[in-house]
Design a protein. Structure first.
Length: 182
C-alpha cells in the first residue's frame, strides 16, 4: 500500500507541476492611425523674432543703395515631401503716414527676397538663390521636392530699394510662406 500511495503522490505532484508550468497568453492588435501632418513656422534667433521684418531708411545712402535684412529662418516639419510657395498680401504696400492721398508703392518694384540657405533637401525654384522681386499677390513656388523630416529649414533675406520717389511713412506688406505636401 505504501508503494501505491507513493506512486499516487508522485502522480499528483507531477500533475500539479505540469499545471503550474502550462501558462496562458492573450494577444492584442495595435494600430497606429497616422494622418498627413505639416507645420511651417519662423525660428526666433537672437533679436530676430521671425514675425516682423523692419527695414529702416535713415540715411541718403540707404535710399540710394537700398537696405537689406538679416537672415530669417523658417522651419517645416512634415511626414511627406513638400513644396514651399511665397506671396505678398497685395500688389501694393499699405501706407501709414501724413501724405494724402496715400502714395502707391508696388511691392514688385521695391521689395526683393532671396533664399540665403536651404536645408530642406529640395531645390530652390525661380531664381531665388539670388535677390529677386516679390511679385505682389501671386503665389510663387520657391522650393520644390523638399524632404520630409522634423527640422527642415531654410533662411530668407529681404532687400528694399524704394529710391527717392516716396514720402516718409511706414509701408507694410505681409509675406506669406505656404508649405504643401506632395
Amino acid at each position: 500500500m505504501k508503494k501505491i500511495t507513493a506512486i499516487f503522490i508522485t502522480l499528483i505532484c507531477s500533475a500539479t507541476a505540469f499545471a503550474q508550468n502550462a501558462g496562458s497568453s492573450a494577444s492584442q492588435t495595435t494600430n497606429l492611425q497616422l494622418t498627413n501632418a505639416i507645420e511651417i513656422s519662423f525660428v526666433a534667433t537672437g533679436n530676430n523674432t521671425g514675425s516682423v521684418v523692419n527695414l529702416a531708411f535713415n540715411t541718403v545712402n540707404d535710399y540710394a543703395n537700398g537696405v537689406q535684412s538679416g537672415d530669417y529662418q523658417i522651419r517645416i516639419r512634415s511626414n511627406r515631401k513638400f513644396d514651399v510657395e511665397m506671396e505678398a498680401s497685395d500688389d501694393y504696400f499699405d501706407y501709414t503716414g501724413t501724405t494724402s492721398p496715400a502714395p502707391q508703392m508696388r511691392v514688385k518694384d521695391v521689395l526683393d527676397m532671396m533664399i540665403s540657405s536651404n536645408n530642406t533637401g529640395g531645390q530652390i525654384n525661380g531664381g531665388y538663390h539670388q535677390f529677386k522681386h516679390i511679385e505682389g499677390d501671386n503665389d510663387k513656388r520657391i522650393l520644390n521636392d523638399c524632404d520630409n523630416g522634423a527640422n527642415q529649414t531654410f533662411s530668407v533675406k529681404y532687400r528694399a530699394t524704394p529710391g527717392f520717389s516716396y514720402p516718409a511713412g511706414t509701408y507694410t506688406t505681409t509675406i506669406t510662406y505656404t508649405a504643401t505636401q506632395d
